[in-house]
Design a protein around this ligand. Structure first.
Ligand SMILES: Nc1ncnc2c1ncn2[C@@H]1O[C@H](COP(=O)(O)OP(=O)(O)OP(=O)(O)O)[C@@H](O)[C@H]1O
Ligand SMILES: [Mg+2]
Length: 301
């Protein structure tokens, strides 16, 4: 049930049901919706030829949570994302998206599930022959949305990534960081509640990488988006786990560090190695972990 439906029914309690009883029922519905994870892997196994890539992988991404996935090259991070998008199917185990078991879904069934999800690819993956406007509008054009609505949504998303001025440019005219931001705007069209970032800051200079992290933080704290954020960069982990976005008294979005206010940072780290989870927890406990591989990964050597 959507929150709009819940609101509608709250205003019109069913005949004979006391308001208090109705409220408690709605609260339960709401709670149940919240505790359904955005993404759930249950013992997911996948092998290519004889090589096991994911070995009974189980994890959840709760609603509103950002799960950072770390791990060496070839560790199965992008494969994990492809499984969630239904582009690959597991050999064993179950995958649930927003409570729906998508494991056996056909391509047709996956289409409606994918509408809930946004995907940010490495390098932005823009269509070079299309303008920024048409790149961001791509999904809406596919769905034959009226052009007036398309333009409104494209402008809203480009404003979110601070690139409204680039609306008529071609991808070739953009810097790497701008391309990445256009890729993010495209992923966010239609307001997906689940967003997956696959190494969104790879190859970017530190300030631009920071901007991309800020976008992910804004989605988490201001839009209640659940996300998976694959990265190699420990700086990204630091930003995402120690800062949060708030709207200040002047209506501006500002970033504050944990500790300035009492705040639960809804971001956890998961590290994959050899198809298994070798660490899952907070950034703080990751740094305290004494495993030699984890320590080397954190230090970058
Ligand atoms: N379609 C495929 N067919 C065969 N092997 C594949 C296929 N896709 C991925 N692999 C293999 O699966 C392993 C995991 O790949 P994946 O792309 O998930 O790694 P990753 O963790 O994203 O690595 P990176 O950090 O380099 O992006 C790699 O060894 C890769 O060669
Ligand atoms: Mg990858």
């Amino acid at each position: 049930m959507s929150s709009a439906d819940v609101e509608e029914r709250e205003r019109e309690p069913a005949g004979g049901v006391s308001t208090a009883a109705a409220e408690s029922t709605f609260a339960e519905v709401d709670d149940r919706e919240r505790i359904t994870p955005a993404i759930e892997f249950q013992d997911v196994t996948l092998a290519f030829d004889d090589k096991v890539i994911l070995d009974k992988l189980s994890f959840t991404v709760q609603k509103g949570e950002t799960k950072i996935i770390l791990g060496g090259s070839g560790g199965g991070k992008s494969t994990t994302i492809k499984l969630i998008l239904g582009l690959l199917k597991p050999d064993a185990g179950r995958i649930l998206v927003d409570g729906e078991d998508i494991t056996e879904y056909t391509e047709g069934q996956m289409m409606s599930v994918r509408k809930k999800m946004g995907m940010v690819f490495q390098e932005g993956a823009l269509f070079d022959s299309l303008s920024v406007y048409d790149n961001v509008a791509y999904r809406l054009h596919e769905q034959n949305v009226p052009e007036g609505e398309v333009e409104q949504e494209v402008r809203r998303m480009l404003r979110f990534v601070n690139l409204e001025d680039a609306i008529d440019k071609m991808p070739i005219e953009l810097s790497g960081g701008m391309r990445r931001r256009v890729g993010i705007a495209r992923a966010l069209v239609g307001g997906p509640k689940i967003v997956m970032f696959d190494e969104p800051t790879a190859g970017l200079d530190p300030p631009t990488a920071r901007t991309i992290c800020e976008l992910a933080i804004k989605l988490r704290d201001l839009e209640d988006v659940s996300s998976i954020f694959v990265t190699h960069e420990m700086n990204n982990v630091k930003y995402l786990t120690s800062e949060y976005a708030v709207v200040n008294d002047d209506g501006e979005i500002v970033f504050e560090e944990e500790g300035q206010r009492l705040c639960l940072i809804n971001t956890k780290v998961l590290m994959l190695r050899g198809g298994k989870i070798i660490f899952e927890g907070t950034d703080e406990s990751l740094h305290k972990n004494e495993d030699a591989y984890i320590q080397r990964f954190i230090r970058g050597h």
